[in-house]
Design a protein around this ligand. Structure first.
Ligand code: BGC
Length: 753
């Protein structure tokens, strides 16, 4: 059967396939042909030029489609915390539309801190709906690079230091996004753990650390989550740029994991004409119109996968096999998204989305320390003093490509004033941090300039705090350069702008100081034992203030847990040398070299194994109630594991671990029950324990419940570099169940053969 155009084919399908439409119900176009049949049907109709046009950008965020056949353009958007405002065709600046202010969701570090798969699904669904409403086909997120160093400027866009946590949290997000006919583009693949010299540094990492630490979250997103897109990172691995890295993209991603979606370059990350063709890249996007550098007057036809590709095909230097594969993948993406046949319409700025943002932000807020001062007690007619720039600074704007324009952003101060209408809630600045208010021409409209000297600011803060019923300091980092932002790393984990000194001075003057640290990455808290309570807040998006106030007032009982360790000092961490971070020059090598000498000993795997005390451990987070752990029970069960990631198909025995949890305090609350495995002594050096399971359970005061977790063989495995496979070390293992990596409540041995 021959059609003159795909539009005709679509018309035929429409006529032939509307069976199943429910009378009176929603109207669905039931496309009966599978995506693969449609790809096979469409591909041969395309000319070489049309196929090549599918593989590179035509504007900052779009590629061309095939207009002749009615195949639409592909539109991408950042990602990962909300839908980016429309930008100019060739420029980063926002286009100035008036209908593109989105719901800003919390940063992914906050989502990870919920340790709650349901929150991740809610996040994915909500942001997917916003993307679909804005007619975006590919959402550039989520990011799952591991927090190898607290200094990474993009930690706030990622999901913490543990591959299992990140892997569990990314899967529902991806599924939720894709339910809307929007492809989730997981990023940045892979071993991209710093911003310093991000486009000129080669990550030198052994296979064990690669497979055990840096790949699992990506693998989960692809194999469990079924992500339709992935973004190559800017850095090099194995001496090759990751946007066309043969080992990562061809061997591992498309080979070992069987990925059938589309590999997208990071913006300007494609660097070589030939490798772009042969090494697994499918779509090239750019920072400027000629790829990496240049300006807007060049042409998109200069892209590696544009004119150079056509020239190579014309003179025989390149064949068309790879081109067909790339074009098929782009078509598959289009048939999965804009042409799926299922009419997704999405929704934008709905009350439900703002409610979701608030719920997630509150669920991720971590109560680090509390002597009973929290929840806040401020009597009617009383005085609550709020000190610190982050109580008023709007932080949805900034941070790099995750910069958003939101309809509104509730600040912590506004939310606290709302929460205590009968009290006097006053604010003093305390310190001057970042006074900027705009990014890519998105402006918060705030004027944060302040002429006062640090001495005057301290004096004014102390004066304000006098006679207060409660004093809350709200500071931390922001999204300016050298804080939490793309393109630059932090220099230290010490709080900037003299905040440590200010907190010490306040703590000396105020009996029960509450400190709220807002950041997306670990900071040091040397004053911890001098203050009454500490809360870790995050870049919470549109509803950030409400979410924080919910926890401070007790309207929400905190249940977040740290997704990364808070060390005492940077020097305590595993990265000791320049060769580890930020990399060195090596004779004979063109690029900077960064050696992952610490291997698998990242985050708590390092601190635990070296017995180095930390300020607050991975997985830590308190509640306004108490939980009791009892009756740890282990049982073996055979399950079928078709397609379960990292495992052969067939039947395998899993270890079932159950534990009884009781809420023995006065408030309703939720606990994240964490399961770690400790390997047998001897043999290959392994971390003393590793997270292998978790469940969040909500219990009313006085209520009890049971949590059950399953451990597959992979949970007991380590990656054997020489054999290139997962192996299990036999011996006596220990199952450790607790409330954080350092608060193990109950254990049991298990013999592994
Ligand atoms: C960032 C990506 C982002 C892209 C498009 C790049 O600079 O690394 O995360 O998706 O720009 O804005």
């Amino acid at each position: 059967m021959k059609y003159t155009s795909l539009a005709l084919a679509a018309a035929f399908l429409l006529a032939a396939c509307t069976a199943g439409v429910k009378q009176g119900g929603p109207v669905y176009l039931a496309v009966t042909r599978s995506v693969e049949e449609r790809v096979a049907d469409a591909l041969p109709r395309l000319t070489t030029e049309e196929k090549v046009a599918l593989t590179h950008a035509q504007s900052k965020f779009s590629s061309r489609g095939v207009p002749r056949l009615g195949i639409p353009e592909v539109w991408c958007t950042d990602g990962p915390h909300g839908i980016r405002p429309e930008v100019l065709w060739d420029e980063w600046d926002q286009a100035g539309w008036t209908n593109d202010s989105c719901t800003a969701f919390p940063a992914l570090s906050c989502l990870a801190a919920t340790w709650d798969r349901e929150m991740s699904l809610l996040f994915g669904r909500s942001i997917g709906e916003e993307a679909r409403y804005r007619k975006k086909d590919i959402l550039l997120g989520p990011g799952v690079n591991i927090c190898r160093t607290p200094l990474n400027g993009r930690n706030f866009e990622y999901m913490g230091e543990d591959p299992y946590l990140a892997g569990q949290m990314v899967v529902p997000y991806v599924r939720g996004v894709q339910e809307n006919g929007v492809a989730a583009c997981v990023k940045h693949f892979a071993v991209n753990n710093q911003e310093t010299r991000r486009t000129s540094t080669n990550s030198v990492v052994g296979d064990r650390a690669l497979y055990e630490i840096y790949l699992p979250a990506f693998e989960a997103a692809i194999r469990e989550g079924g992500a339709w897109a992935i973004m190559g990172s800017y850095n090099l691995y194995n001496g090759q740029f990751n946007c066309h890295n043969k080992r990562l993209l061809v061997d591992i991603l498309k080979g070992e994991w069987g990925f059938d979606g589309v590999v997208i370059s990071d913006w300007g990350g494609c660097r070589d004409d030939d490798e772009a063709i042969t090494n697994g890249l499918d779509m090239e996007y750019g920072t400027w119109t000629n790829g990496l550098s240049g300006n807007a007057s060049d042409s998109y036809s200069n892209y590696h996968l544009a004119r150079p590709y056509l020239e190579r095909i014309a003179d025989g230097r390149a064949g068309t096999k790879e081109l067909d594969d790339k074009a098929a993948r782009v078509l598959r993406t289009i048939f999965r998204t804009s042409m799926s046949g299922v009419p997704h319409f999405g929704s934008f700025n709905s009350p439900e989305h703002y409610a979701a943002a608030r719920r997630i932000a509150a669920a991720g807020t971590v109560l680090l320390q509390n002597d009973g001062t929290l929840p806040l007690k401020v009597p009617a007619g009383g005085k609550l003093v709020v000190i610190g720039e982050n109580a008023v600074k709007k932080m949805v704007v900034g941070g790099g490509s995750s910069n958003l324009k939101t309809k509104y952003e509730i600040t912590p101060l506004e939310a606290l004033q709302e929460a205590f209408p009968a009290a006097e809630v006053i604010w003093e600045r305390g310190y001057v941090g970042d006074t900027s208010s705009s990014y890519n021409k998105v402006d918060t409209g705030q004027d944060l300039s302040d002429p006062r000297s640090p001495g005057q600011l301290l004096h004014d803060a102390l004066a304000a705090a006098e006679g207060a019923d409660a004093v809350v300091f709200i500071g931390g980092l922001n999204k300016s350069k050298g804080n939490d932002t793309e393109s630059a790393d932090k220099e230290d984990i010490v709080l900037p702008y003299g905040q440590d000194g200010l907190i010490e001075a306040l703590a000396a003057a105020v009996p029960s100081l509450v400190v709220v640290n807002i950041s997306g990455s670990p900071v040091a808290m040397p004053w911890a034992d001098k203050v009454a309570a500490i809360v870790q807040g995050w870049y919470g998006g549109s509803e950030t203030g409400h979410a924080l106030a919910d926890v401070l007032t007790g309207a929400v009982n905190p249940s977040g847990k740290l997704p990364f360790t808070l060390p005492r000092t940077l020097a305590d961490g595993p990265l000791k040398t320049e060769r580890q971070f930020p990399g060195i020059r090596v004779d004979g090598e063109k690029w900077w070299q960064e050696y992952y000498d610490e291997g698998v000993f990242v985050g708590y795997r390092w601190y635990d194994t070296q017995a180095i005390p930390v300020q607050f451990p991975f997985g830590h987070g308190l509640s306004y109630t108490e939980f009791d752990y009892s009756r740890l029970a282990l049982s073996r069960k055979a399950v079928s594991c078709a397609g379960s990631f990292g495992l052969d198909e067939g039947t395998e025995e899993v270890l079932r671990v159950s534990v009884d949890i009781a809420n023995v305090g006065d408030a309703d609350g939720a606990e994240v029950v964490q399961l770690y495995l400790a390997p047998p002594a001897g043999g290959v050096e392994r971390p003393v324990k590793e997270l292998r399971g978790f469940e969040k359970i909500a219990l009313a005061s006085g209520e009890g419940g049971k949590v059950t977790m399953s451990l597959p063989r992979r949970a007991f495995s380590r990656f054997d570099e020489d054999a290139h496979k997962w192996v299990v070390d036999p011996g006596t293992w220990k199952v450790l169940v607790g409330s954080s990596s350092a608060d193990i409540r109950i254990t049991a041995p298990i013999e592994v053969r």
